[in-house]
Design a protein around this ligand. Structure first.
Ligand code: C2E
Ligand code: CA
Ligand code: CA
Ligand code: CA
Length: 279
């Protein structure tokens, strides 16, 4: 991933540049520092009903804002956090903040759901569920309003374990979404390995859907697969009205994208949720 490589390079350049001048900090030390100081924080991108414009929930996305106001891309720090085993710490810190910032809003509207991203390896870690259960009870989040998005980009190494965790989560009332569906190298094998409630169509296909016949054929195939697995389909990265109409035509009811809203701070999200449907 080019962005990730360029980003890590600039984090490292910062490190090299600082050598001999001031304190030296490796990218990993910078990440640890950011986690301790709470510089990694959540933003929330709303999801909407594509037909009525009603808000149905929001996806929590990680942001790293440095004290000088500059930011590091998630395409850089998420892989770094994964490789260095800081990803659980990061996820749970975000859930803590979400509980504090928007927990009340969720409790007031039982229909809204909070989605967040978890990597396949994280999900398969036997300690994850244990920590997760403790965390959501501490953050006073209702499990039936939570959706865990698992990316299809990375393979699921242990299908039996994945099924077991899926079942445990579903007993808790937590739903799973298969994220970036169709973009992985696993030939959609994650469909088998996860008992997911949602199938999330990647922006890549949404971009193509109004441009070429092949993309829309692919989206149609994904929708029909989802139906057979009893899954609901969500589209991400919707940027134009034309895409919204086309996706609705194909039978997709729910989605997110810059057409509706960019990722928002908690206070902007709360203000937005108090508005009337905009379509
Ligand atoms: P994703 O889960 O596929 O999230 C969607 C990404 O598309 C987000 O980028 C979002 O800001 C962006 N997006 C949404 N709508 C539009 C649109 O209409 N146009 C365009 N151009 N972009 C749109 P972001 O926030 O940079 O996140 C990138 C990826 O980093 C996410 O992709 C997700 O895989 C990962 N990520 C972010 N936060 C976390 C986290 O807390 N944990 C984990 N494990 N991964 C995370
Ligand atoms: Ca996602
Ligand atoms: Ca996605
Ligand atoms: Ca995506």
């Amino acid at each position: 991933d080019l962005i990730a490589i360029a980003g890590l390079f600039s984090l490292s350049l910062g490190y090299l540049g600082a050598r001999g001048l001031t304190r030296q900090q490796t990218p990993l030390a910078q990440l640890d520092d950011a986690l301790v100081r709470g510089h990694i924080h959540p933003v929330y991108q709303p999801l909407f009903c594509l037909a009525t414009g009603e808000m149905t929930g929001f996806e929590m996305l990680a942001r790293w804002t440095k004290p000088d106001g500059s930011s590091v891309s998630p395409a850089v720090f998420i892989p770094l956090a994964e490789a260095s085993k800081r990803i659980d710490k990061l996820t749970f810190a975000l859930l803590d903040k979400a509980g504090a910032e928007i927990g009340e809003m969720l409790r007031h509207n039982a229909k809204l759901k909070l989605s967040f991203n978890v990597t396949p390896d994280q999900l398969l870690d036997p300690l994850f569920i244990e920590h997760f259960v403790a965390k959501i009870s501490q953050a006073n989040l209702n499990p039936s309003q939570l959706v865990i998005e698992i990316t299809e980009r990375q393979p699921i190494s242990d299908i039996q374990a994945a099924l077991r965790v899926s079942r445990e989560l579903s007993e808790l009332g937590v739903r799973l979404a298969l994220d970036d569906a169709g973009t992985g190298h696993n030939g959609l094998s994650s469909l088998h390995a996860l008992q997911a409630h949602y199938l999330k169509i990647d922006k890549y296909f949404v971009d193509g859907v109004v441009l070429d016949r092949k993309s829309s054929a692919l989206v149609e195939a994904l929708i029909s697969l989802a139906k057979q697995f009893g899954m609901e389909v969500v589209a991400e990265g919707i940027e134009t009205e034309e895409q919204r109409i086309k996706l609705l035509d194909l039978g997709i009811r729910e989605g997110q994208g810059y057409l509706f809203a960019k990722p928002l701070s908690a206070s902007d999200l709360i203000a937005r949720s108090e508005q009337n449907p905009s379509l």
